[in-house]
Each structure stands twice: as C-alpha cells, then as structure tokens.
Design a protein around this ligand. Structure first.
Ligand code: SF4
Length: 283
C-alpha cells in the first residue's frame, strides 16, 4: 500500500548539465522551456551547428512526488522503492499524519515485532523497517524530556537515550539493522514519543539485515500474551516497591509512574523492564 498523497508524473531534465534538475510537467509548468524552442541554440551547453527542432540534450522521465508538500521533491520512478512513500512506511511520515488525522491509516501493534525491552519493529516486504517504543514504556515514562540518538546511521543495534525526569534510560534494540534515518523531530519535540508511540513517535528507520533484524522477536498471540504478563508484572512491581501508597489507578500503575517513584525504585524499574540485558549482566 502506498501513501494516498503520492503522485506520479513526467519530468524533464538536461543530460548535459553538471547537476540534474528535474522539472515537473503539468499545469503551471513551461514544459521544456527554451529547450523545446529555437531558443536552445543560445544555451552554452549546445554545440554550434545543431539542427534538431528541440534541444538534443532534453530528456524526460517518469517520476513520483508528494502531492501534500508545497515544494515536492521529485523522485525518479526507478528509485521510488527506496522511499517510504511507496510502501507501508508512509504511516510514519509527519506530513502524512498531519494531513490525514483523525482518519490516518494507523499502525496495528498486532502486526509489529516486539523486543522484550519494549521496543517494536515494523518491517515491510521490501525490507524497510521502523523502530519505536511500545505503549507500556510510553505509559510508564508519561513524558520524555529529551531524546539522544546514539546510533544515527549505519549497521548497528539502534540505540537511543531517553531522559525521563532525572533519569537517563538507554534503550538498545537487540538486533542489528542498517539505519538510514532517525526521527529528528523528536529532538525538538519529544512529546510525540509518548503521545503517539506507534506513529509520529517512531525512532529509527532503515533496512532489515536478513536473518538478523527479526531474530528472537515476538509477534501475534505470543506478543499479546507476553505484554499482558508484563503489565501484570509491572503492577506487582510498583505495588511491591511502594506498598499501599503505590501510584496505581485500580490495578494499573498511573501514567508517568516512573516520575512518581523514588529515584532508586525508578532506576530499578528501568533495569527490570526496559534494560533486561543490563539487569542480567548486573545479576
Ligand atoms: S512525503 Fe509523506 S505525505 Fe508525501 S507522499 Fe511521502 S509519505 Fe505521503
């Protein structure tokens, strides 16, 4: 499925120019401009004595572009598979979400792969992936104050440091991915991370490494069962740490419970649920 704002058209360019500038055909366009008239003889890139009716350097190609953007970037059709606009990854585009809500196609958490430290992976058939935090982590943090991307590019285990109140939570995805981009908007406004963890709050984008990126992750009924167990374990953990004064709403810890707990307990909570590898190393 492609983004509903994705458009296709024809663009022209000069193959003799040092930089390829694509110009979209269509209403408001002057088509090939002087390249399609006698005027092309005045162009410094054309050899004297050229007799063709239009400039021989003028080329046309099939392109895709974003119909929602005021200044759309044209992408040659042959390279369109490399953009998120042509696949399910469009659901993470800030522009798409801002234009489509409340009717946006939302990510179904049931379709995601889950790591046991509460990070999720969405992977489409073409290999494009996104990574984010799950709703339980978002609920426990309540609000994230700062996001620092430790691995902004390249083959790595995607790693980010989230500042939650006075604590810094290092979140490490357990498997390698070829990271191509991070959600830079979160540096200025981290609120989306906890408000929309399966949409505009995504963290990393990149390409799946076959037989590695999805290894050991949970999905479907297995993931549902695990998450239900985690929520139960969280309620018990908070109750055990704080006793009868625990910040719970019925059986569910209150939003932002990590901020309400004393510092030591909050650190323990992070290690117990969101950094299981660190907890194992410590034990
Ligand atoms: S930039 Fe965003 S809104 Fe535009 S086509 Fe791509 S995914 Fe859709």
């Amino acid at each position: 499925m492609s983004c509903p704002f994705l458009r296709e058209g024809r663009a022209r360019y000069c193959h003799a120019a040092p930089l390829r500038k694509l110009i979209l055909d269509g209403p408001g366009s002057d088509g090939g401009g002087r390249c399609e008239t006698d005027g092309y003889h005045q162009c410094a890139l054309v050899q004297a004595g050229e007799t063709a009716a239009v400039c021989p350097h003028l080329e046309a190609m099939h392109v895709q572009y974003c119909g929602a953007s005021g200044t759309p970037k044209l992408v040659p059709y042959s390279e369109a598979g490399l953009s998120r606009c042509g696949g399910p990854g469009f659901r993470y585009c800030e522009l798409y979400l801002s234009m489509s809500r409340p009717h946006a196609h939302m990510t179904d958490p049931g379709q995601l792969y889950h790591a046991t430290n509460h990070l999720w992976l969405d992977a489409d058939q073409g290999g494009l992936c996104q990574i984010g935090i799950d709703s339980m982590l978002a609920h426990v943090a309540g609000k994230v104050d700062r996001v620092l991307f430790v691995t902004p590019k390249g083959n790595a285990r995607p790693t980010v440091v989230l500042t939650v109140g006075e604590a810094e939570w290092t979140m490490v995805f357990p498997n390698t991915m070829r990271i191509s981009d991070v959600n830079g908007h979160l540096r200025q406004d981290p609120s989306k991370l906890s408000e929309d963890p399966y949409g505009a709050g995504w963290l990393f984008e990149g390409w799946e490494v076959p037989d590695r990126t999805r290894t050991g992750l949970l999905r479907g009924a297995e993931a549902d069962q695990w998450l239900a167990g985690e929520q139960q374990r969280l309620a018990e953990f908070v109750h055990a740490q704080v006793g009868p004064d625990n910040p719970c709403d019925g059986g569910t810890p209150a939003p932002g419970v990590a901020r309400l707990l004393p510092r030591e307990e909050a650190v323990r909570l992070y290690h117990e649920f969101f950094a299981p590898e660190l907890a194992r190393e410590r034990d």
